[in-house]
Write a protein that binds this ligand. Structure first.
Ligand code: ADP
Ligand code: MG
Length: 347
């Protein structure tokens, strides 16, 4: 689903590469923690997956597409399969919770009826039913991050990238957010999460990829956080202990839920059925584009999400919804775009 093949990333004007010969593959349905000290290359990895940047050497294949051979024009479609959340939430301050989540769908041209149905479902999924009319400043940090997660998920992406999603939250709230991500993963969404949430990483025992000075130094299927010397501990120790207990409780609860509920515990937003459209569309504004490769980019049909033919990972035992990306072509036919500059088309 996501494959890094000997990826090196050098930023202009820097001596050492931000990523150095990084090689890994993430299968559909996995939950992967990306850990490492600040500056080790975690955000660079996530940006490369989202094609906000291109590798200097090596190859990155995401959802069956080589990010280097994908044209800038096609990038917005590609990104619709990938939700992202960030440390700083990035909500639109002048829009309500509902409007913030609806924004993703409006950019891709979903019908009003679909927005009306999907937004409340997404808000319910993240535990914010009833808060649709609030403004971001009327929410706690944890609630704001939930809105951002709802926005990232409302059009049912196959992959969710989370770049230190709990970096601005207190320990107890962080646990809630991590637990939410675990639930989302249990419903079938592949998750890559860069984090310093060491206790949670230890408790989850999911795959851990550790970067150090841009090099992959560990790829463990059921790993713990590992070296914690790079983590700033601002919280008093007793707080961290409480967070660990809460994390363990959350994980146990989740495990019980997943093993006891064969149909999947997470309600999933309904989808509209519409055929994918190969029609070209205006590039939505506001998101950075990597420089275009020099190869000619003849019009090619919009590739539908491809099923990965490789065997399923062990984590794929959890039931998942089938992925239908057909409705994602709608915006392009409708030619909708937005000039709101705070949120890109795929946020
Ligand atoms: P992390 O997310 O693990 O903190 P980053 O991927 O942000 O690490 O950064 C990895 C390295 O690349 C750091 O040394 C950082 O300074 C450098 N870097 C990141 N982005 C840029 C950029 N746009 N230009 C130059 N250097 C960058
Ligand atoms: Mg970072």
């Amino acid at each position: 689903m996501i494959r890094f093949e000997h990826v090196t990333k050098r930023y202009r004007g820097t001596a050492k590469p931000a990523l150095d010969d990084v090689d890994f593959e993430v299968q559909r349905g996995e939950f992967v923690f990306l850990v490492g000290a600040s500056g080790s290359g975690k955000s660079s990895c996530l940006r490369l997956i989202l094609r906000e940047d291109l590798p200097s050497e090596g190859r990155i294949v995401v959802l069956g597409r080589d990010t280097k051979s994908l044209s800038n024009r096609r990038t917005p479609y590609f990104r619709r399969h990938i939700g992202s959340v960030f440390q700083d939430f990035r909500l639109l301050p002048s829009k309500t919770v509902f409007q913030n989540v609806a924004f993703t769908l409006q950019v891709i041209g979903s019908s009003r009826a679909f927005v009306k149905q999907a937004v409340p479902e997404a808000l319910e999924l993240v535990g914010l039913a009833g808060m649709a009319k609030r403004m971001p400043h009327e929410l706690s940090g944890g609630e704001q991050q939930r809105v951002a997660i709802a926005r990232a998920l409302v059009n049912r992406p196959q992959v969710l990238l989370a770049d230190e999603p709990t970096g601005n939250l207190d320990p107890a709230t962080s646990v809630d957010i991590m637990q939410l991500l675990a639930r989302i993963n249990a419903s079938g969404t592949t998750i890559l999460c860069a984090t310093h949430e060491a206790n949670f990483v230890d408790q989850m025992q999911r795959r851990v990829i550790e970067l150090k000075h841009g090099q992959l130094v560990r790829d463990e299927r059921h790993g713990g956080y590992g070296d914690r010397s790079g983590i700033k501990t601002l919280e008093p120790q007793v707080e961290r202990g409480a967070a660990a207990v809460a994390a363990l409780t959350a994980v146990l609860e989740l495990q019980r839920e997943v093993s006891g509920n064969a149909t999947g515990a997470v309600p999933t937003p309904a989808r509209e059925g519409a055929p994918a459209s190969p029609a070209p569309a205006a590039e939505p504004t506001g998101s950075p584009q990597p420089s275009e490769p020099t190869a000619p980019t003849a019009p090619e049909p919009v590739p539908a999400a491809q099923d990965d033919p490789r065997p399923e990972p062990p984590t794929a035992a959890v039931p998942r919804p089938d992925v239908d990306v057909a409705e994602l072509g709608m915006a392009d036919r409708l030619g909708l775009r937005s000039n709101d500059d705070e949120v890109g088309p795929t946020s």
